[in-house]
Design a protein around this ligand. Structure first.
Ligand SMILES: NC(=O)c1ccc[n+]([C@@H]2O[C@H](COP(=O)([O-])OP(=O)(O)OC[C@H]3O[C@@H](n4cnc5c(N)ncnc54)[C@H](O)[C@@H]3O)[C@@H](O)[C@H]2O)c1
Length: 372
């Protein structure tokens, strides 16, 4: 034990580890955001991204890790790097306008890196909504763009209400179905507040993101019942036996997932979930999915102060709800992630041993010097 303690103390002094604590028998390691970003940027540049693309892409991954959403953080770096190296994620491309009105734009993402194309789409939606009050921007030829709230919160921090959605490969059964028809098709909704945290919902339309099953497989952990079913449709706790994800909320999640697929394929022009290509397995094709960004400018409805006061009051009232037995608090959407983000800013980003091992290997593969 003493040896272990000395080892970790030594590592702590030598490397980018900036905090380590023992939680339920497991040592939790925290790493410097800047050091992780720097390593990731170097890897992605060597894989083929331009520097500015690698920068925003790493901000996207570390945004998720800082919020404890490790399914969408550095654990995906290796797959993204491979997709860039194979050319199915294109470097150096920008979103271009195919059709446009005062309050709408249809963009082609040219299969560029999702974080950059997604932000370009959101920047345009914000600009249009500032003038018109409401804007819708779609993207076709899109790649995986990570956590949806990377875009919706960016908008809410600029005073806008935002809804963001994307589709993904069909790996889930619809309610009552026995074949993969639906992607985990995520969406995020953010509403700005003043003294309270912004309303910040961000989730898959499956019970959880498929990335959480992939992460459990890599980390040798079991999963809760309800995340997925095996090929006979039986609920399973073994992530290796998950053949299909299941929609959250039964028929309602199934319907919402289908709606997102319609918006991202029929409206935006991406491939639908059944036709799009796998992020994890298909290195011969870009994913070719769609995104939709909807932005509402509250200033066009009522004075800013009045709106923010009302949102604060609503959120405060909601969170004052007494907790049920077995719960310690009623959390707002995004509150748990927001608290983790604050902690990560102060103490460094928590990462698992598995992710650190993968990062070290990637550094070796791409010739990047590390001291993790
Ligand atoms: N780009 C893609 O293709 C893709 C696909 C699927 C998911 N994702 C991303 O994966 C991430 C994780 O998705 P998920 O569905 O696993 O998220 P999740 O189920 O952990 O959380 C979904 C939402 O529920 C809220 N929530 C969770 N527990 C809560 C509680 N106890 N009290 C109050 N609110 C609570 C969270 O704050 C969050 O807003 C998201 O960032 C999502 O955008 C991306």
């Amino acid at each position: 034990m003493l040896l272990k303690k000395c080892y970790f103390l030594q590592k702590f002094m030598d490397s980018t580890i900036i905090d380590s604590v023992l939680k339920k028998g497991v040592i939790i390691m925290r790493y410097s955001y800047d050091d992780l970003k720097n390593l990731g940027v170097q890897i992605m540049e060597r894989a083929g991204l331009q520097n500015s693309e690698a920068e925003i892409f790493l901000e996207n991954l570390l945004y998720a890790d800082a919020r404890g959403v490790h399914s969408h953080g550095l654990s995906r770096l290796g797959v993204y790097a491979k997709r860039v190296s194979c050319g199915v994620i294109k470097s150096g491309v920008d979103a271009t306008v195919i059709a446009e009105s005062e309050s709408t734009a249809a963009l082609d993402g040219h299969n560029g890196i999702g974080a950059k194309i997604g932000r370009q789409a959101m920047d345009l939606a914000i600009k249009k909504a500032k003038d018109t009050g409401c804007a819708v921007v779609t993207v076709k030829h899109g790649n995986h763009f990570g956590a949806c709230s990377f875009y919706s919160r960016y908008a809410s921090q600029k005073g806008m209400i935002a809804i963001v959605m994307a589709n993904s490969i069909a790996n889930g059964v619809p309610f009552g179905g026995a074949k993969a028809m639906l992607g985990t098709n995520p969406f995020a909704i953010a509403v700005p507040a003043n003294h309270m945290r912004d309303f910040d919902f961000d989730g898959a339309t499956s019970t959880v993101a498929h990335g959480k099953v992939v992460l459990a497989q890599k980390e040798g952990k079991s999963i809760p019942l309800g995340w997925g079913v095996d090929k006979e449709g039986r609920p399973t706790t073994d992530p290796h036996h998950v053949a299909f994800m299941v929609p959250f909320g039964g028929a309602k999640g199934s319907a919402l997932s289908l709606f997102i697929d319609i918006m991202c394929s029929c409206l935006a022009g991406g491939l639908n979930s059944r036709k799009s290509h796998s992020f994890f397995k298909d290195f011969g094709h870009p994913q070719d999915i769609g995104y939709v960004m909807i932005v509402i400018n509250p200033d066009k409805f009522l004075p800013e102060e009045e709106f923010l006061q009302k949102v604060d009051a609503e959120l405060k009232d909601f969170s004052d709800c007494p907790p049920a037995v077995g719960h310690n608090k009623v959390y707002l959407p995004g509150e748990i992630e927001g608290m983790k983000e604050t902690e990560s800013t102060k103490k460094g980003v928590e990462l698992s041993d598995t992710t650190i091992r993968e990062l070290k290997k990637l550094c070796m593969d791409y010739g990047v010097t590390e001291n993790l």
